[in-house]
Ligand binder design. Structure first.
Ligand code: GDP
Length: 313
């Protein structure tokens, strides 16, 4: 695994049983405002300062116990003042995620979405300069379902599943102002090894050279235990300083004996634990389900604030 090449940082990710806010706060340090405001990038790999204390809960999902997130594991967008009192900060963490809302959150609604084109090389992708978000994940992770759920269209992502397009970079324009990009799935067991390697090259070139890419959304199936290939992918994105958001899919699924008997939130916790220490600051992550639409609005809010910040800078 490529993790050993990454810098190690002291990021105590943990998901303890619920505690009272006051107990938790008394254990944790106070932030330096100037350090926080100096955070310069969305990437999880660039800023070293510890973040201040907060906690958040993921509430009311059928088998989601409260997950508490220490303040230093929150994703705080740049130019975001988190020096407010803790209850206020708590209210600004998107549900089912570690993402704090920023002043750049606006225009998150999807009014229209249309398929634009399939490209086989990065150079062939649309050249209008609009910001974009790329969805990638193992085959069957639920990428098409999530894409359809984000744009509230039952079958838009079917376009990318048509013969000849599954190995393409597929661009969908949203509200005439930004793109969702569907990338080829990886790790499909039935694909010959050579073909899989090609897909990697293909998507990696896109990640490294697409200047309008705001963030990669790496989809991880939360209904099964952590897969090494997903950890490798996250680690590769980290090493290459490509901004990444972890999107945990299928969070509605009940635990299965054959899946090790773990609940989705336990699998999420385990994945985050495994990448802990390899990222300078916690990458943004969010729990979703295309069945219940959990996380849909939250993803769109997150994308909106990333996008608006990107457009401003
Ligand atoms: P893709 O290959 O990554 O595009 O995955 P699909 O979107 O085609 O989904 C693969 C399978 O997982 C399908 O049978 C979907 O119905 C199922 N699926 C996708 N998302 C979810 C989800 O959020 N919850 C559950 N329970 N099943 C899902």
């Amino acid at each position: 695994m490529a993790f050993t090449h990454l810098h190690r940082f002291y990021l105590p990710t943990y998901f303890p049983k619920p505690q009272t806010l006051s107990t938790k706060l008394s254990l944790l340090p106070t932030p330096s405002l100037s350090k926080l405001l100096n955070r310069s990038h969305f990437s999880s790999l660039l800023a070293a300062e510890p973040l201040p204390v907060a906690e958040s809960t993921i509430a009311a999902e059928p088998f989601d116990p409260r997950i508490e997130i220490p303040r230093d594991r929150l994703f705080v967008p740049p130019e975001t003042d988190v020096a407010c009192d803790s209850s206020d900060l708590c209210a600004r963490v998107l549900k089912g995620s570690n993402i704090v809302l920023s002043k750049y959150v606006r225009d998150a609604k999807v009014d229209e979405a249309e398929f634009v084109k399939s490209s086989v090389r990065t150079e062939d992708c649309p050249s209008d300069g609009l910001p974009e978000f790329a969805l990638v994940g193992r085959s069957n992770v639920g990428k098409s379902s999530l894409l359809n759920s984000l744009v509230r269209r039952k079958k838009l992502a079917l376009t990318s599943k048509k013969p000849g397009k599954t190995q393409c970079i597929n661009h969908f324009r949203v509200n005439d102002s930004w793109y969702l990009v569907d990338l080829p799935g990886y790790g499909y067991a039935a694909a010959p090894q050579d073909l899989r390697t090609d897909w990697n090259k293909f998507t990696k070139d896109y990640f490294l050279n697409r200047s309008t890419l705001v963030s990669v959304f790496l989809l991880i199936d939360a209904s099964i235990p952590t897969k090494k290939i997903d950890l490798d992918y996250a680690s590769w994105l980290g090493e290459n300083q490509i901004p990444m958001t972890l999107v945990f899919t299928k969070c509605d699924k009940r635990k299965k004996k054959k899946n090790g008997g773990k609940r989705p939130d336990e699998n999420v916790s385990n994945f985050l634990e495994l990448i802990r220490g390899f990222f300078e600051t916690a990458p943004p992550w969010i729990m979703t389900s295309s069945v219940t639409n959990q996380g849909r609005d939250e993803i769109l809010l997150h994308m909106a604030q990333l996008r608006n910040y990107w457009l401003k800078h």
